[in-house]
Design a protein around this ligand. Structure first.
Ligand code: TTP
Ligand code: MG
Length: 576
């Protein structure tokens, strides 16, 4: 397994676990023999001093055994938990490196299940291997040796009991194994229904789909229960079989032992019979442990495959080497773009566009025309399919990804806020920002007033995904956040759609006054929002159909004129 390398840093703990375990098992193996000595020589031989001495020895052994036991638990715990922490960290940072496309392919639900349940299962498995495997193997072998040492005649019980037990175990575990994989898939299903519904709770309520979704959950849950029960039923047969074999073995030992004592044929004593009974219990019990291990292996193997799938996914976007500390000119040169996996369905066609430093440019186009896709290329969320995108003359693929994104602020079409305070959200892109800078940014974004009206102001709590804010408040918070980052390129993807026109106009005026020198790219649906921009690029179906100032476009572009007229008719345009 490839995950073994995660154990390496903890090899000392990993080795100490079985070593201390050996101590514990040795003591477990010695105790019954000591006990038989007390019975045979002490009680039957009326030797009180021997009883006392051996009793004290047993006590001492038990204490040492206990210490070893605690030690091995502690060592295996340290190993398996550190192992799973490292694995989770690695898997998480891998998930962070994945492109949007790749995250979508895994689905959020499955990623979360993999990061939690699956890693837990692997961790339990590591724990089990370190402790139970060594323990049951030693118990098994040691028990047989100790039992035969007591009296070789007990061997006959082993010869009959062991094969029956082993065969039963293999048949039943073999039957149950495939079910474990199914179990995991059913669990996945339950988790993803929960995930989807919890994060979409508002929509579920709005569409009064609670009953439907509850039914869907019930079904997934029932499925899981059915499979779990099937596993349980299959495994349930094993217990009684083991008990029957054990009981018959005990009877056989008493019978053989009793016969020998009666016949006085060998040095068989009562104490030996008692010890043998303990040993056969330990031996058969160790087989049960091994069967548990087999179950765990099957589950852990499925989980390890799922984790490996994450770890082995190569990030689609690979960072270039050249660090940059500013972004000036952005140039699209014959850029074609289609989403990975959708060859032939080009979203952007042969685009040529030069955006100058400090320019205030707008992108206008109907829904689905490719505006968001276009700006996604600038932050390199995707790579161009052909042609080149250049930043100050350099191919964007040669630029260090972090240094590129450090200089760009995007206010996404779908605002993303995080649970935390207002100020932690605003400082997202610039942790060192001072109180004043933060307030200034909020002021520009027209967010100061509503934040100031919140009971705790900038220390007020924002719920997950900004659920405690209105749509327009969320947009203004996101804008303030992007301003605070002080980027070279500021991109607004339809980010003022939830604001009324006069608020929007105020915001834009303040923005341009305070952010001179910053390249601002604004995507908008309403001409009113952008008519004062330096240039407006009109995109239609992935093609750049016209570019110029508002006045120029009214003259030259029919598409633009159509949009303008459709909006003015509604009385939508005000002078910004
Ligand atoms: P967008 O670039 O998202 O279109 P848009 O931003 O102009 O539209 P809107 O004003 O509604 O925000 O999409 C262009 C095409 O690309 C569209 O057909 C959907 C497709 N597309 C994908 O296939 N995968 C994606 O991840 C995205 C964002 C879009
Ligand atoms: Mg869009």
């Amino acid at each position: 397994m490839k995950l073994v390398k995660y154990l390496k840093p903890y090899w000392f703990f990993a080795v100490m676990t079985p070593l201390t375990m050996i101590g514990e098992v040795l003591i477990d193996l010695i105790l019954p023999t000591l006990m038989s000595k007390i019975v045979d020589e002490g009680v039957l031989g009326h030797n009180f001093e021997l009883i006392l001495r051996t009793g004290l020895m047993m006590l001492g052994c038990a204490v040492i055994g206990g210490i070893c036991g605690v030690g091995s638990s502690a060592f295996s715990g340290a190993t398996s938990h550190s192992f799973s922490r490292d694995l989770r960290n690695d898997a998480f940072s891998k998930v962070m490196d994945l492109s949007f496309q790749q995250t979508d392919k895994f689905t959020t639900g499955s990623l979360v299940t993999r990061m939690t349940t699956d890693i837990n299962l692997i961790q339990q498995f590591v724990d089990l291997v370190l402790r139970i495997f060594v323990r049951s193997f030693m118990m098994f072998a040691g028990g047989i040796i100790m039992m035969l040492r007591l009296n070789i005649d007990f061997g006959i019980v082993l010869v009959i009991a062991l094969p029956i037990e082993l065969i039963a175990m293999f048949i039943i575990v073999g039957k149950a194994s495939p079910l474990f994989k199914t179990l995991q898939k059913k669990l996945d299903k339950v988790n993803s229904v929960v995930q989807e519904n919890v994060s979409g709770a508002r929509v579920v309520k709005a569409y009064v789909r609670e009953d439907f979704e509850t039914k869907r959950f019930s079904k997934a849950n029932d499925d899981l229960t059915q499979t779990a029960l099937k596993v349980q039923k299959t495994m349930a047969i094993l217990g009684p079989i083991l008990t029957i074999v054990l009981n018959i073995s005990v009877v056989a030992i008493i019978f053989i032992g009793g016969e020998k004592i009666q016949a006085q044929a060998s040095d068989m004593k009562i104490g030996s019979i008692m010890a043998a009974i303990t040993y056969i219990t330990q031996i058969l019990h160790s087989i049960t442990m091994v069967s548990m291990m087999f179950q765990s292996i099957t589950r852990a193997k499925a989980s390890a495959e799922r984790i490996n799938e994450i770890l082995e996914t190569e990030p689609e976007i690979i960072s270039g080497k050249d660090k940059i500390d500013s972004i000036g000119e952005i140039e699209f040169e014959n850029v074609d773009f289609y989403y990975p996996g959708f060859e032939g369905k080009t979203v952007i066609n042969n685009l040529n566009l030069k955006i100058k430093k400090g320019e205030n440019i707008a992108i206008l186009g109907s829904t689905g025309s490719g505006k968001t896709s276009l700006i996604n290329l600038i932050a390199r969320f995707y790579d161009v399919s052909s042609g080149t995108l250049k930043i100050d003359g350099k191919d964007i693929r040669e630029i260090d990804l972090n240094s590129l994104r450090d200089k760009i602020s995007i206010v996404m079409q779908k605002t993303e806020l995080f649970s935390g305070t207002v100020s932690s959200n605003l400082r997202w892109g610039n942790e060192e920002a001072s109180e004043d800078e933060m307030k200034k940014a909020a002021e520009i974004a027209e967010a100061f007033e509503f934040i100031d009206n919140m009971p705790d102001k900038f220390e007020g709590y924002v719920a997950e995904k900004g659920a405690s804010l209105s749509g327009g408040q969320k947009q203004r918070m996101s804008i303030a956040r992007s301003i605070l980052k002080k980027p070279d390129v500021l991109i607004f993807d339809d980010s003022t759609s939830a604001l009324d026109l006069s608020t929007e106009a105020r915001l834009r005026r303040k923005l341009f006054e305070s952010m001179k020198g910053t390249t601002v790219i604004t995507i908008a649906q309403r001409i009113a929002s952008i008519k004062n921009c330096d240039r407006i690029a009109v995109i239609d179906d992935g093609n750049l159909v016209a570019i110029g100032t508002h006045d120029e476009l009214l003259e030259t572009s029919e598409v633009y004129r159509d949009i303008y007229e459709s909006q003015t008719k509604k009385g939508d345009v005000v002078n910004a």
